[in-house]
Design a protein around this ligand. Structure first.
Ligand SMILES: *[C@@H]1O[C@H](CO)[C@@H](O)[C@H](O)[C@H]1NC(C)=O
Ligand SMILES: *[C@@H]1O[C@H](CO)[C@@H](O)[C@H](O)[C@H]1NC(C)=O
Ligand SMILES: *[C@@H]1O[C@H](CO)[C@@H](O)[C@H](O)[C@H]1NC(C)=O
Ligand SMILES: *[C@@H]1O[C@H](CO)[C@@H](O)[C@H](O)[C@H]1NC(C)=O
Ligand SMILES: *[C@@H]1O[C@H](CO)[C@@H](O)[C@H](O)[C@H]1NC(C)=O
Ligand SMILES: *[C@@H]1O[C@H](CO)[C@@H](O)[C@H](O)[C@H]1NC(C)=O
Ligand SMILES: *[C@@H]1O[C@H](CO)[C@@H](O)[C@H](O)[C@H]1NC(C)=O
Length: 554
């Protein structure tokens, strides 16, 4: 018998594939991060600070209120610390905080702490890792999982923490300069923290920081469309056009079935489930990194495969005939280059790790695809099984990547238009019983694309898929100053092992140890040096301000 646990894991896997993009950490990268961090676990013991579950007792949003507390996990590295040094706080964001150890070991946290004699700290986000307020979580128990409560945790932490073995030092935010660093979702948070709690956080760095919550985030693939290899992007647009002609325009069930069979799916597979599995190559862009030991090579392998002028996988006469018929029916008939590309595209997907999705889809389509009832969707699950980021997208953040939202005046979409908002966010109802749209105003009220503040740095990668949710969206630009640094990292293709232009998602956060190759590309190293330098100026400003204040007191 298929156990319920196994089933729910599989469903998560499928949802990961379906709503893959709204996750900042993709499944393949999560495995790598877990392995790399696991090797460092012994170096960084975990601690907890007791923090109130509910920081907003006067807000009806959190009724019924809680007087309880929870254990908020954190780690720190004081090996570079000298009295007077800063506290550099890294917001761990939407994952177990221990995935971030490499930052302390060799990444930007190491670089900042060692340059400025600081303490590097990682603070886990509530409802992730072990920092859950409840053992079991039903949808109603997740009401304290909001951006503002999490920001208040960080402020509470900075005001109250006593670092073990450093108890003799007062390192709270009233006595030491606190600099908050975050990437992606937590990059948005670090910008908000600097603006909302300027007396607690002396400076903030928002790296690939998503400061604008967006419901239909079709722009996710815009950087890929612009900076991906032209022939590869063209091929993806061609395949998507074939898909749209079959699944939207033709209404020909036989043709749909023929296409599914060509990809080795049951003809009964639900159209949108099936189509959503065709994009694993495209989605792998986010997992690229200048560092080949953690970055994925999937994107370039996939591009090479689908643009190859040779057949990459054996193909029978029947499969060939099927490819030819599909292309003929969609207006691309009689072109051997296109037939070859379709064959290689399908071959790649069948031979990459799509089997699990394939068999699950058969399982779903063969049994009832009906969503769970609202009451069962709202029922409690053990904390570790609760999909915290899924809940945050359903309530505040959105970020559903659709093909339907694509602005056709820009050209041809990469993603099929059958992948629409209703499909992409359908799990909010089936997983949490949530049917209302996320209230993005809860996030965007902090400033969105236009957020700015003295001593708030905005760092981005030219080709980051999340860029269109950051202050650098739509090619916005600002002058860069020491007070408000603005960096968009643009490394030339030859500086990165997979030969593509432009930095990706928070690439400057990662570093290399002395004997590790590759080293950060020049543009990454330059950004890191800039960050170390302006943070140095900020710390000096804190010391100067402190000196003046003490002068007045005398
Ligand atoms: C921190 O709190 C978690 C959750 O309550 C607990 O499992 C863990 O043992 C605690 N760790 C320490 C070091 O106290
Ligand atoms: C509610 O509490 C917060 C945090 O303590 C405070 O900043 C805010 O002013 C309060 N709002 C009202 C309406 O009392
Ligand atoms: C640290 O110093 C601040 C002000 O200088 C004081 O308010 C606070 O109570 C001190 N905290 C600890 C833990 O000693
Ligand atoms: C539907 O597609 C099938 C398979 O490609 C084709 O044989 C058939 O002629 C099409 N039907 C119509 C009405 O176009
Ligand atoms: C199928 O088509 C490909 C590409 O045109 C060709 O290389 C291959 O030999 C064909 N296979 C068979 C069995 O005809
Ligand atoms: C096949 O299609 C490609 C892409 O549109 C085009 O460049 C090429 O000229 C076509 N070949 C033939 C023989 O029509
Ligand atoms: C959405 O959030 C805003 C900002 O906090 C709030 O004013 C508004 O009432 C919320 N809307 C709903 C429907 O809850």
């Amino acid at each position: 018998m298929l156990s319920l646990v196994a089933l729910s894991l599989l469903v998560t896997a499928v949802r990961g594939a379906v709503g893959g993009a709204q996750r900042f950490i993709s499944a393949d990268r999560e495995g790598t991060l877990r392995a790399v961090s696991g090797a460092l676990a012994a170096s960084y013991p975990a601690y907890n600070l007791t923090i109130p579950i509910d920081h907003f007792k006067n807000s009806s949003r959190y009724e019924p209120h809680s007087d309880g507390t929870f254990n908020n996990r954190y780690w720190f590295d004081a090996s570079h610390y000298k009295p007077g040094g800063p506290v550099i706080l890294f917001m761990a964001g939407e994952a177990s905080g221990d995935y971030r150890f490499p930052l302390l070991d060799k990444g930007i946290m190491y670089q900042l702490a060692s340059a400025h004699n600081g303490i590097g700290v990682i603070l886990e986000h509530r409802y992730y890792g072990t920092s859950f307020p409840f053992k079991n979580i039903a949808t109603a128990d997740a009401r304290f999982l909001t951006t503002e409560q999490s920001l208040a945790d960080a402020a509470y932490f900075a005001r109250n923490v006593k670092f073990p073995e450093l108890e003799s030092q007062n390192l709270t935010s009233s006595n030491a300069p606190w600099i908050v660093y975050g990437v992606s979702y937590s990059g948005g948070q670090s910008a908000f923290l600097r603006k909302l709690y300027p007396d607690v956080f002396w400076g903030g760095i928002s790296s690939s920081g998503v400061t604008e919550a967006i419901i239909d985030f079709w722009q996710y693939f815009e950087p890929v469309r612009k900076y991906g290899p032209a022939d590869c992007i063209w091929t993806q647009q061609f395949i998507t056009d074939v898909v749209d002609k079959i699944f939207i325009d033709s209404k020909n069930a036989t043709l749909k079935g023929q296409f599914k069979t060509f990809f080795n799916y049951d003809t009964t597979a639900i159209d949108q489930n099936f189509v959503s599995t065709l994009y694993s190559g495209l989605y792998s862009w986010q997992s690229r990194n200048w560092d080949s030991s953690i970055g994925s090579g999937t994107f370039s392998n996939w591009c090479k495969t689908i643009t190859s002028s040779k057949l990459q996988y054996s193909s029978s006469t029947a499969t060939n005939a099927s490819a030819a018929a599909i292309l003929k029916a969609t207006g691309y008939g009689g072109n051997s280059t296109l037939t070859l590309r379709l064959l290689n595209y399908a071959g790649y997907l069948q031979r990459s790790a799509r089997r699990d999705v394939n068999s699950l889809d058969r399982f779903i389509s063969a049994s009832s695809p009906a969503p769970r009832s609202v009451s069962s969707a709202k029922a409690a699950v053990p904390a570790a099984q609760f999909d915290s980021w899924g809940y945050q997208t359903c309530t505040e953040w959105g970020y559903w990547v659709t093909g339907s939202g694509f602005d056709s005046s820009l050209g041809k979409p990469l993603l099929s238009r059958i992948l629409d908002l209703k499909f992409e966010n359908s799990y909010c109802a089936s997983e949490f019983g949530i049917t209302a749209s996320p209230n993005v105003t809860q996030v965007n009220k902090y400033g969105g694309f236009d957020i700015s503040y003295p001593r708030l740095a905005i760092i981005n990668g030219l080709a980051d898929v999340w860029r269109e949710a950051t202050p650098a969206a739509a090619a916005r630009s600002r002058p860069s100053t020491v007070s408000e640094p603005w960096i968009v990292i643009d490394n030339p293709p030859e500086d990165v092992w997979d030969g593509l232009r432009g930095a990706g998602h928070h690439w400057e956060a990662n570093g290399a140890t002395a004997n590790q190759t590759p080293k950060p590309p020049k543009a990454i190293a330059a950004a890191q040096a800039d960050i170390v330098s302006f943070v140095g100026t900020w710390i000096q400003q804190w010391k100067d301000a402190r000196g003046r204040a003490e002068g007045r007191e005398k």
